[in-house]
Design a protein around this ligand. Structure first.
Ligand SMILES: NC(=O)C1=CN([C@@H]2O[C@H](COP(=O)(O)OP(=O)(O)OC[C@H]3O[C@@H](n4cnc5c(N)ncnc54)[C@H](OP(=O)(O)O)[C@@H]3O)[C@@H](O)[C@H]2O)C=CC1
Ligand SMILES: Nc1nc(=O)c2c([nH]1)NC[C@@H]1CN(c3ccc(C(=O)N[C@@H](CCC(=O)O)C(=O)O)cc3)C=[N+]21
Length: 296
């Protein structure tokens, strides 16, 4: 193995420490702390783990955590009513609705009902539009975390060839916007891309967000490239349940210059950025100076 390991877990801990510092100051100066509401519909076990860990880290940073667990058969009307209540609640500065929602619910309607100023996931159409036009937006947590690691590792990304593998609204597209914003030459590849490995081998920066366990092998990687593995896939291996990325870590690490591990890479950065976005939302709501280094 030759690649340097980009330690997202350690980096995320430094971001959470900065968030906690900022929250402590806000408590002193404003007499109140930022609050994050997380809405979970249904009983998907993976989502429950994730929601629990978000709640724990929110409190560890000194913020208020509000969890709303709704049954899987919750109606659209009831969910919209909850969003309206959270929009109107002055203690709530950030709202996250865990995706995917059960199939009978329309997630676009739900997301676009969130007050854009409280949309800490950055999925509301206004935030998508603001990001796409280079205006001040709430930036999606996973791509923001990836960008922070890339800037930390490289300094400037200007002029680099970046390939984003995956075109979802929650990872691929906003990731491409952020890389473009940092003056990369950006290619978005997906399931219809021809000669995929040839395309990805052009990348100085390869971001894999495909949701296919270990699909990206060393032959997709240009020697010395930086590989950001967004994938979180639970697989059964040797009778045990394990978490693997969208990259085959061993073969990619032979070729890459730097790579993020799974677990311990993008995942912890996503949660840290969610907390950072909640502080940012609080500061914007109260017309206060935003914390340095916690936004794009
Ligand atoms: N670490 C974190 O915090 C987070 C991790 N994730 C993880 O990231 C991964 C991606 O998530 P998400 O973006 O939501 O996934 P989606 O399923 O929404 O999107 C996957 C994308 O990958 C493309 N794709 C699928 N198969 C192939 C293939 N064989 N070749 C080329 N492209 C392919 C799809 O193309 P097409 O559009 O043509 O169908 C699609 O654009 C998942 O593993 C998910 O668990 C997600 C969110 C946060
Ligand atoms: N509205 C919404 N916003 C999201 O940001 C969102 C979502 N819905 N739905 C699900 C995906 C997935 N996601 C993860 C975040 C952190 C870890 C994480 O911290 N993972 C740890 C390991 C955790 C473990 O061991 O299970 C790691 O990679 O080291 C994983 C997955 C956010 N998502």
């Amino acid at each position: 193995m030759s690649a340097a390991i980009i330690d997202g877990k350690a980096f995320a801990a430094t971001i959470r420490a900065r968030v906690a510092d900022h929250v402590a100051r806000l408590r002193d100066e404003q007499g109140t702390a930022p609050g994050l509401a997380v809405v979970l519909v249904g009983e998907d076990p993976a989502s429950q783990v994730y929601v629990r860990s978000k709640g724990k880290m929110t409190k560890e940073c000194g913020m208020q955590s509000f969890e709303h667990r709704l049954p899987a058969d919750t109606t659209q009307v009831d969910l919209m009513a909850l969003i309206a209540r959270l929009n109107a609640d002055a203690q709530v500065h950030g709202i996250l609705v865990q995706l995917p929602l059960p199939a009978h619910l329309d997630s676009d309607l739900v997301i676009n009902a969130i007050d854009p100023a409280k949309d800490v996931d950055g999925f509301h159409v206004s935030n998508v539009g603001l990001l796409g036009t280079g205006q001040k937006a709430m930036v999606p947590c996973t791509p923001l975390g990836c960008l922070m690691m890339l800037r930390d590792h490289h300094g400037s990304l200007s002029g680099m060839d970046a390939v984003v593998l995956g075109r979802s609204n929650i990872v691929g597209k906003p990731m491409a916007q952020l890389l473009l914003g940092d003056s990369c030459t950006v290619t978005i590849a997906h399931s219809r891309t021809r000669d995929l490995a040839e395309v990805t081998r052009r990348a100085d920066i390869l971001v894999a967000a495909v949701g296919r366990p270990e699909m990206v092998t060393g032959d997709y990687v240009k020697p010395g490239a930086t590989v950001i593995d967004v994938g979180i896939n639970r697989v059964e291996r040797d009778g045990a349940s394990r978490l693997v990325g969208d990259c085959d870590f061993a073969s990619c690490a032979e070729v890459a210059g730097a790579i993020t591990p799974v677990p311990g890479g993008v995942g912890p950065m996503t949660i840290a950025c969610l907390l950072a976005n909640t502080v940012t939302a609080f500061c914007r709501a109260h017309d206060l100076k935003e914390p340095d280094g916690l936004t794009a």
